[in-house]
Write a protein that binds this ligand. Structure first.
Ligand code: URA
Length: 442
């Protein structure tokens, strides 16, 4: 490949000067990244140019196709059911995937859900699932198919061969602070979903202080770009902008969130979490043609959560992923401390990121990708946003190990919340729906 350095230099120069990357060049570059044949300096140079100049819509579509083509697409040809998935941009207490994937499987879909790990203030679905003893999430393609045959759903990590260029570039972006870029985020997420070979996708794009997208306009642009990108790649996608200014549900922390998810799978659980699982499930069942309308889809999801069939799928899934006893109680943190209100007021969240970091301070989060996490620690709130609290009431119970990180956890909780003299105005969980439409230039 004697022309390699020239081709590479040409495309680096094109993007550096604000030009448009041709699809053939994007495919070539991404293949070289997947093969480990491009140096990190050159990768960072191109990523920085994309970060600062953005991408035109056709250019972004070509780049995303290149990410998919850098590896393999899952072969799910043996499954006759519609194939669907959901992706969330992540937030504090966001455990929707855990009850939703088995509920969709119980409703007649196949759900090959490739998920991520937590970093910073948010927890990751894979880390939560690994709070169950024995469960493995690093599955190969054959194992993914076997779990799907057993349960109709799987929740696992990106394999070696799914969008390998994204795997390399996302890890590098994380190291050099190049994550927050609309074209880079949307192509990264959508390429993995397209490589799952799904028919329909619903995106839960979080907005608020517990999300990495704090502003509504920014979240709307990310949602619209991803919906359009997925559509251009042949996957029917819609999105919901949902609020992340208060935790979803009452529990934050890996084991505690599995327990809350199982409550939802038993037809119980907090109303906001049940609402979102049902809503996103209804969107997908209608998009996949399993339900005649979204309303009918929501009724189906409510039914499978209440009649135990979704719980059965969940237990089959975790057993197929290695859990020796799917119903065994999970290991709990040995110590509990109440977080006590220091005055009267109405609970509100000033900065939800601090609440997520409060769990990380106990050992339940990572600062770096390689950090180990303590699954058992976390926080169970006794109040929702807007609830009245009296001085001396327990607002939440903190689950910890011998006080490790407790002081910092309490400091972050005090900083991230307030006890306001007046009740904060109620905020609907769902802000708006985003449907496919002509692209706005990033
Ligand atoms: N999640 C991803 O998979 N990729 C990004 O770039 C950001 C979030």
């Amino acid at each position: 490949m004697t022309d390699t350095p020239f081709r590479l230099r040409d495309l680096l120069r094109t993007k550096r000067d604000g030009g448009v990357l041709g699809e053939a060049d994007a495919h070539w570059f991404l293949k070289q990244v997947a093969l480990g044949a491009v140096g990190e300096a050159e990768q960072v140079a191109l990523l920085s140019s994309i970060f600062f100049h953005g991408m035109e819509s056709g250019e972004l579509e070509g780049w995303t196709r290149g990410m998919v083509a850098s590896g393999d697409v899952l072969d799910l040809s043996g499954f006759e059911q519609p194939r669907v998935d959901k992706h969330s941009t992540g937030g504090v207490g966001d455990k929707v995937s855990l009850p939703l994937a088995p509920a969709l499987a119980a409703a007649g879909c196949v759900v090959p859900m490739i998920s991520g790990r937590g970093l910073g203030h948010t927890g990751g679905t894979l880390d939560k699932l690994e709070a169950i003893p024995g469960v493995r999430t690093d599955l190969d393609e054959g194992e993914i198919r076997r779990v799907l045959q057993a349960a109709g759903c799987v929740i696992c990590a990106q394999t070696e061969s799914i969008a390998p260029a994204d795997r390399a570039l996302y890890a590098l972006r994380d190291r050099v602070e190049l994550v927050e870029s609309l074209p880079l985020i949307s192509s990264s997420i959508v390429s993995k979903k397209v490589a799952e070979d799904i028919d329909a996708l619903v995106l839960d794009v979080k907005v608020g202080t517990g999300s990495f997208l704090v502003e509504e306009a920014e979240a709307r642009a990310v949602a619209q770009t991803m919906v359009n990108l997925a559509g251009a790649a042949g996957v029917h996608a819609t999105a919901r902008l949902t609020r992340m200014g208060q935790p979803l549900g009452l529990s934050i922390g890996h084991t505690l969130e599995i327990e809350e998810s199982v409550a939802v799978l038993k037809g119980e659980g907090p109303a906001d979490l049940v609402e979102l699982v049902t809503l996103l499930g209804g969107d997908l069942l209608a998009a996949a043609g399993v339900a005649a309308s979204e309303e009918a889809g929501r009724a189906t999801i409510s039914g499978v959560l209440r009649d135990g069939t979704a719980l059965d799928r969940f237990e089959r899934m975790i057993a197929a992923q290695g859990a020796s006893d799917p119903q065994a109680p999970l290991e709990q943190a040995p110590d509990r401390t109440q977080w006590i209100a220091s005055r009267d007021g109405y609970l509100d969240f000033r900065n939800l990121r601090d609440v997520g970091l409060a769990v990380a301070a106990l050992g339940g989060g990572r600062k770096n990708a390689e950090d180990q996490i303590d699954h058992a620690v976390g926080i169970v709130s006794h109040r929702f946003r807007g609830d009245e609290v009296r001085c001396g009431d327990a607002i939440a119970t903190i689950h910890h190990r011998a006080g490790a990180g407790l002081e910092e956890c309490l400091r972050l909780l005090e900083r991230g919340t307030s006890l306001a003299p007046d009740a904060p105005s109620p905020q609907p969980l769902v802000l708006e729906r985003v449907l496919p439409r002509p692209t706005i230039s990033p």
